[in-house]
Design a protein around this ligand. Sequence first.
Ligand SMILES: NC(=O)c1ccc[n+]([C@@H]2O[C@H](COP(=O)([O-])OP(=O)(O)OC[C@H]3O[C@@H](n4cnc5c(N)ncnc54)[C@H](OP(=O)(O)O)[C@@H]3O)[C@@H](O)[C@H]2O)c1
Length: 155
Amino acid sequence: MITMIFACDERGAIGRDGDLPWNQRTDLQHFKRKTLNKPIVMGRKTWDSLGRPLPSRRNIVMSRGEVEGVEQMDYDEVLALAQESEVVIIGGGEIYSLFLQHAKEVHRTVIHTQVEAADTFAPDIEGAGFYLMTEQHHPAGPNDDHAMSFQHWIC
Ligand SMILES: NC(=O)c1ccc[n+]([C@@H]2O[C@H](COP(=O)([O-])OP(=O)(O)OC[C@H]3O[C@@H](n4cnc5c(N)ncnc54)[C@H](OP(=O)(O)O)[C@@H]3O)[C@@H](O)[C@H]2O)c1
């Protein structure tokens, strides 16, 4: 099964200048809970932005070139792995678009802000037929820039 997880602002922005446009500790903890001990798939640009493998998860990177120090898979290999176990797509924009048609669940965090000059955007999950199952609002904690809402969508 393929699951996706992303955080976006109120207009769907997920990135700016190769990085996340916010600091949201509470969302990082949520991301960790949803991905721990699962294979995670990311694009090479997201891999570059992380700078290291995420611990206690099988890190898989997609690239049309060679990437040092991490497992690589192509599109068909990711789909084959998803037949055996839950695979979590963790971004970025290109990789979400690539797998949207195969995803069954999305964990979306809406960050309650509107980022200026964003350059990367989430896929249109409502347009793809997902519907909202649950939503929990969280005020900004001491290490969060903004309040946020954790949403669970299924297809
Ligand atoms: N808010 C969030 O939840 C979230 C999550 C993740 C990332 N982000 C943000 O999103 C931005 C990065 O997203 P992005 O869309 O620019 O890049 P990306 O999706 O992370 O990576 C794109 C790269 O993936 C590889 N790729 C794409 N399609 C492929 C295919 N069919 N087969 C093999 N490899 C393929 C290519 O690598 P090569 O160029 O090496 O060939 C391509 O340049 C950053 O700002 C990051 O911080 C946000």
